[in-house]
Design a protein around this ligand. Structure first.
Ligand SMILES: [Zn+2]
Length: 457
């Protein structure tokens, strides 16, 4: 009882400090995105004394391979106490299921060396704190506190988007794994408009506002792009997050409120290289003959996840000649897609299984006629092969009419986020974005027309 109360107080104090820190961070972020997380992280750690009595000494141990929690506690706790502790822990997790390397913190009273508590870090986001009171040991689940900040970054692509984002000076203090996740977010948001592996041109620019939850150690727990812009070969693409019900099930729209989604993903893999395109004749390295290649090959490591590119029903799952392990999916409107050379199938994928766009259906391999791990992807319509890279795919739904007013009200705030990106200039509206596509003379005419309209008003 006493112990839970003590924790609650500590938790509240920590929350206030984290909020205060967050406010300071938000101000700094505009000038130096992310510099803050590094400077600030140790500060969050320094808050510990707020709830931990100074008379306490902590000893951190890691569970060795094959070692039980009881063995780790030997010497520090009597057998009786151990039984009581394990009982308390069992309310949250089976002690036998703790992984190797689990961090266990023993907290002793400095005064008399008595063990007053044990913290068991289940994962980066959850710790079980065991404390002793008059009755015995009991446990509390503690969620690692996170702070929320917004990253702003902009840049020019000199080779590929990946390099541009990984090397962006504004993101240097973000762990590399988190920068990779950020690229995945960008790729997922823009996947219907631009194929990063083939359409990106030198000189293309990007900018975004990315909201994330950050742990005290500076790593990211979760994140979401709030607004993003990609200017590809002179055309500006926007993706604005809109979640009318606030339940996290929103979607991305362009500046006109049109969905950025399409009925089919441009590609069945995240951010991979195309190694062979759709042609009517090419030399086959294994068959040593010239034959048509009625699909697209994506080079990828064995085991890379393969996604269904649209909603549908699995109509084949198993080996099929040169295709090796093949998944075939039937979609509405006479479309069929095929995913070949898989090393294995995803769990739950059988003939008759309903899949949704983006569901993992299998993993890249080199079964069948393949010289290296890759995915061979085919699309058919009405039984005829079509080139998945050139087919004009049907669009998703725009902002629903009942949410239109809300959308119009939220849009300026989202655009302001993009305007706030240091060094990126004002957001290009649809009208401005179409200018570079027109010839010089034409764009001059367009300017003149808008000036005329301005004069008439
Ligand atoms: Zn192929």
């Amino acid at each position: 009882m006493t112990d839970s109360r003590r924790w609650d107080t500590g938790s509240a104090a920590r929350g206030i400090s984290a909020r205060r820190w967050r406010a300071a961070c938000a101000a700094v972020l505009l000038l130096a995105p992310l510099g803050c997380s590094m400077d600030g992280a140790p500060e969050v750690g320094a808050l510990d004394p707020v709830y931990a009595a100074p008379a306490e000494e902590a000893v951190v141990r890691a569970l060795r391979r094959g070692q039980t929690l009881g063995e780790l506690l030997d010497g520090a706790v009597s057998a009786n106490e151990q039984a009581s502790m394990l009982l308390a822990l069992r309310e949250f997790v089976s002690p036998r299921r703790l992984r190797d390397g689990t961090e266990v913190t023993l907290r002793f009273l400095r005064e008399d060396g008595a063990l007053r508590g044990v913290d068991i870090a289940l994962n980066r986001d959850e710790t079980i704190r065991l404390t002793r009171d008059a009755v015995g040991w009991h446990g509390t689940r503690i969620e690692t506190p996170v702070y929320v900040d917004t990253l702003y970054a902009a840049g020019t692509i000199e080779t590929v988007l990946w390099t541009a984002v990984i090397r962006n000076p504004a993101l240097q203090s973000m762990p590399v794994a988190d920068r990779n996740r950020l690229i995945d977010h960008l790729d997922r948001v823009f996947q219907w408009q631009v194929d990063f592996s083939r359409q990106i041109r030198v000189g293309d620019t990007y900018r975004f506002a990315f909201e994330r939850e950050v742990r005290p150690d500076g790593s990211m727990r979760a994140g979401r792009l709030l607004a993003a812009e990609l200017v590809n070969a002179g055309t500006a693409y926007h993706a604005i997050w809109f979640d009318p019900n606030g339940d996290g099930r929103g979607s991305y729209y362009d500046l006109e409120g049109q969905s950025v989604r399409r009925a089919f993903l441009l590609k069945p893999l995240a951010y991979r290289r195309i190694s062979s395109r759709f042609t009517n004749s090419r030399y086959h390295p294994i068959l040593k003959t010239w034959r048509a290649h009625r699909g697209v090959d994506y080079a990828a490591n064995r085991g890379t996840e393969v996604m269904a590119t649209s909603d549908g029903v699995v109509i084949h799952r198993g080996p099929k000649g040169g295709y090796g392990n093949l998944v075939e999916i039937r979609h509405p409107n006479g479309f069929v897609t095929r995913y070949a050379h898989l090393s294995r199938f995803a769990g739950g994928i059988r003939v008759g299984t309903r899949v949704h766009q983006g569901d993992v259906i299998g993993y890249v391999g080199m079964t069948g006629l393949a010289t290296a791990p890759h995915l061979h992807y085919e699309m058919l319509r009405g039984g005829r092969h079509i080139d998945p890279l050139s087919v004009d795919l049907p669009a998703g739904d725009p902002v629903p009419s009942e949410d239109r007013v809300r959308w119009m009200a939220e849009l300026p705030a989202r655009l302001a986020l993009l305007d706030a990106v240091p060094g990126a200039g004002p957001v290009r509206t649809a009208a401005a974005a179409s200018e570079p596509a027109a010839g010089d003379a034409d764009s001059g005419g367009a300017d003149g027309a808008s000036a005329d309209r301005g004069g008439g008003a």
